[in-house]
Design a protein around this ligand. Structure first.
Ligand code: PSU
Ligand code: MN
Length: 300
């Protein structure tokens, strides 16, 4: 059912560390052309530089894929159909040409093939106004349902980050701050909210995954954007506010909300958010490689 690339298949057989990567972030739903291609190149290079094998997930020709060849990575860059975990079955049943996987779908695929580490930019979460919309990303359920460490820069603050942390608590997902006591807000190092626990090393993260009481549950590792790449918080808040107002005015709902807001934030910052986005994704990939090495040395 799942097709592994020869390189990923070999790495898993040999016990070589592997880091799974999602593909929505590398499609135009996540980043504008040509920055999406640069993000893909930098993230895979960061995983390799850290001594691990990158495994980009996607749906191609109706098949669930983990690990892509260069020409297949090209197909992902122009993908426009978003695949969350529940859509994996539909994309296969209807033989979608290209489906780009979100965090939830990627974590599910990684778990199926025994990859315990996954890196992304930001996770989805509880949307502001959830009381009316009920909009809670399937990413949160996937984090609670699959034994994978997800490495992220927190989530964008167009979400309700306090509620997002509450859901992670209720569903039993350990949230670990990488060398920082603050839950990061993607473009900025702190959301103003604390993480429940701070870790200093990849070995600690590996131990938490190994020692959790619910075998199916994952771990969320939050890594603040490097200081040099952080956006100015005031500019960032203004851009988000504009983007949210535009989404509401345009009546955008459901799975379209996140790509819409991402695109509008890009415009509102006149592209200024893109270098920050690339830097944090690359940094997360590098930290994920460290965790993959620690887990390969002492498997969960
Ligand atoms: N946040 C970002 N960039 C992204 C996404 C979220 O800053 O590209 C993508 C990820 O693939 C994430 C998905 O899993 O959006 C969440 O979508 P939704 O809110 O529809 O669950
Ligand atoms: Mn949603």
């Amino acid at each position: 059912m799942i097709e592994l690339s020869p390189q990923v298949s070999q790495a898993l057989a040999d016990g070589t560390p592997v880091v799974a990567l999602e593909s929505t972030i590398f499609s135009t739903l996540g980043l504008p052309v040509p920055h999406n291609a640069e993000a893909l190149r930098r993230c895979t290079a960061a995983v390799e530089a850290g001594g691990a094998v990158p495994a980009v997930t996607a749906v191609l020709d109706g098949r669930w894929r983990v690990g892509l060849r260069a020409d297949e990575q090209e197909r992902v860059l122009s993908g426009t159909r978003k695949v969350a975990e529940r859509d994996l079955a539909v994309a296969a049943a209807q033989s979608w040409d290209v489906g780009v996987t979100t965090v939830s779908a990627s974590v599910a695929l990684a778990a199926r093939v025994g990859i315990p580490v996954f890196a992304t930019g930001g996770i989805g979460g509880v949307h502001r106004g959830v009381e009316l919309s009920g909009d809670v990303s399937a990413d949160l359920d996937a984090l609670a349902s699959h034994p994978v460490v997800t490495v992220c820069a927190g989530a964008k603050s167009f979400l309700d980050l306090a509620r997002t942390l509450e859901v992670l608590e209720s569903s039993g997902v350990p949230v670990l701050g990488w060398r920082s006591p603050d839950f990061p807000a993607f473009y900025v190092r702190s959301s103003g909210l604390p993480v429940p626990h701070v870790v200093q090393t990849a070995e600690e993260v590996a131990r938490v995954l190994r020692l959790r009481s619910r075998p199916q549950t994952g771990v969320l590792l939050t890594v603040p954007i490097p200081e040099a790449d952080e956006l100015d918080p005031a500019r960032h808040d203004a851009a988000l506010q504009t983007a949210l107002e535009q989404a509401a005015a345009a009546g955008i709902t459901g799975a379209a909300v996140t790509p819409y807001v991402l695109e509008r934030v890009g415009r509102a910052t006149e592209g200024g958010s893109v270098p920050a986005n690339l830097a944090l994704a690359e940094n997360n990939a590098a930290v994920a490689a460290q965790v993959a090495l620690a887990l390969a040395a002492a498997p969960a």
